[in-house]
Design a protein around this ligand. Sequence first.
Ligand code: URA
Length: 241
Amino acid sequence: MERLQKVIAQAGVASRRKAEELIASGKVKVNGKTITELGTKVKPSDEIEVNGIPLEKEEPIYFVLYKPRGVISSVKDDKGRKVVTDFFPELGTRIFPVGRLDYDTSGLLLLTNDGEFTNQITHPKYHIPKTYIAKIKGIPNKTELTQLQRGVKLEDGKTAPAKVKMLSLDKRKNSSIIEITIHEGRNRQVRRMFEAIGHSVLKLKRERLAFLTLAGLSPGEFREMTPHEVKQLRSLALNGD
Ligand code: URA
C-alpha cells in the first residue's frame, strides 16, 4: 500500500505537492470514487484517475543478471564504482536489485521495478533457497562440515540448517570447493559461516536461487524472467519450498 499522492507523483503526472493539490481539489478518483483525503493508501490493483484520465501503470519487469565480481549491488555508488544497473540499457523504468551480493561475490542476482516482489523474495520469513559455490582456504574436516550443516554461531545469532557438499579439494594448493545452500540472507552470511569454522572464503559465487540458474549467461549478461518463472518464485516465497 502506498500513499495516493506518492503513486500519482511516481507515475510522472505531477510533483508530490501538485498531486496533493489535485487530490484536495477533488480531481482524483480511486476505483471510480472521488477521494479528497490526502493520506489515502492505495494498492497496485486500484484504478486511479486524475482529471478523468486513467493513470498509466508501470509494467512490472524482472531480470536475472550474472553479476561479475567487483560490482556494487546498488543503483548508484558514491565512490563511482560500477553498479549492477550499469549493465542494463535505458529501460524507461527504474529497476533495483532484489537483495544483494557482496562487491567481491559473483553470480545470480535478480533485478526488478516491482517493490512488492522484492519484499516477498527477500523477507526472511519466506524460505527461498540460495546456492553458493565457495572456494575456501584449507580443507574442512567432517566435523566442521557438520557444524556448517547444523548451524554456526555468528554475532547476530545461530544460522539455520544449511545443505553442504564438498565438490573438490586441492591438497597441494590447500584449498577446497564447497557447495552450500542457505535460506537466510544475512549480510556476508556465507563468508562469515566459513570463517566461523576456521576457513576463509577465497572466492564466492551464487549459482542458484530456487530453480533459477545462470544457464546461458556469462558475467555481465542478463535475461528477462518469464511470467511463469515470476509466478513460480512468488508462490515458492508464499508457500515455502
Ligand atoms: N553470503 C556472502 O557472504 N556474500 C554474498 O554476497 C552472499 C552471501
